[in-house]
Ligand binder design. Structure first.
Ligand SMILES: C[S@@+](CC[C@H](N)C(=O)[O-])C[C@H]1O[C@@H](n2cnc3c(N)ncnc32)[C@H](O)[C@@H]1O
Length: 263
């Protein structure tokens, strides 16, 4: 899709999102009210300063690395050789999003967390700081695997397993094991068919109270279609649309409410 057409599409979706946003005064469900106050809107920033030091170092890096576009092509880069600083600035989740994922994993008391798309590993570090968690993170670009592993070693975190290789091959292998996933973050291949395929694989292994985050739900028309289908999937009992990403709840005790909130 041409970048002008994509920007127009995203702007339209952004306006539409804001027209539908509600706040806590419109939430009647006790579950969502609690979720909104505990996970979405706590007053403290929730940033982990040691991880933000690593981010700042990356943002000032002069290193260049060569990557393949394994997912949807990135609009931020014209060449496969890219500055690490720009990858940290454009591909990694922002500090605010990382803090949100940390609160979400803590709230869910998530023990098994899956992240599709490690990039430089900043979100992984946040997730791995939650108590009693194990994070299984997937990355297909070898130079990023190396950068992320350096960070994991620096923090001496033993609860991260980085699975290298294309998720098309590595994720089916994971779900052959009797793993039960509490939280999954789908942030790799932002296209329709892989999004549906990865969701269906993960769904086989989700805990009853499990949650899947789908990143970049309005990245393109095909991602918007995928999001719309997923939130109406028979295994999904509720959702929250935060524009940048969406949250899918597997808990059958919820009664299929779909909220639009701002983060
Ligand atoms: C948006 S970045 C992930 C950001 C990271 N989750 C964070 O929050 O900072 C997406 C990553 O997914 C990886 N990726 C995309 N498609 C993939 C595939 N099919 N297999 C493995 N990795 C893939 C890319 O190399 C890229 O590093």
């Amino acid at each position: 899709m041409h970048s002008l057409a994509r920007n127009f599409f995203r702007a339209q979706k952004f306006i539409n999102h804001w027209l539908h946003v509600v706040d806590e005064h419109s939430i009647h469900s006790p579950f969502y009210f609690d979720f909104y106050n505990q996970v979405l809107k706590p007053t403290a920033s929730g940033k982990i300063s040691e991880i933000e030091v690593v981010r700042n170092r990356l943002l000032q890096s002069t290193e260049q690395i060569t990557l393949d576009d394994l997912g949807a092509p990135s609009p931020h880069f014209a060449s496969t050789t890219r500055p690490l600083s720009k990858i940290a600035a454009t591909s990694a989740s922002t500090p605010k999003m990382c803090a949100f994922y940390y609160r979400l994993a803590t709230y869910l008391q998530a023990r098994t967390i899956v992240e599709l798309g490690t990039s430089v590993g900043l979100t992984t570090l946040y997730l791995a700081h939650t108590p009693n968690s194990k994070v299984i993170t997937f990355e297909g670009n070898a130079p990023l695997v190396q950068v992320a592993n350096t960070h994991f070693e620096y923090f001496n975190l033993k609860n991260i397993e980085l699975v290298p290789g294309n998720i098309d091959q590595t994720l089916p292998r994971l779900v052959q094991h009797p793993v039960k996933i509490d939280l999954a973050l789908m942030d790799a291949n932002h296209r329709y068919a892989p999004t549906l395929r990865y969701f269906n694989l993960l769904a086989r292994r989700m805990q009853e109270q499990g949650v899947i985050i789908v990143d970049d739900i309005y990245y393109s028309p095909e991602m918007a279609t995928a999001w719309n289908e997923l939130k109406n999937h028979p295994l999904i009992y509720g959702s929250v649309d935060l524009y940048r990403f969406g949250i899918l709840f597997f808990n059958p005790a919820l009664n299929r409410q779909h909220y639009v909130w701002s983060i």
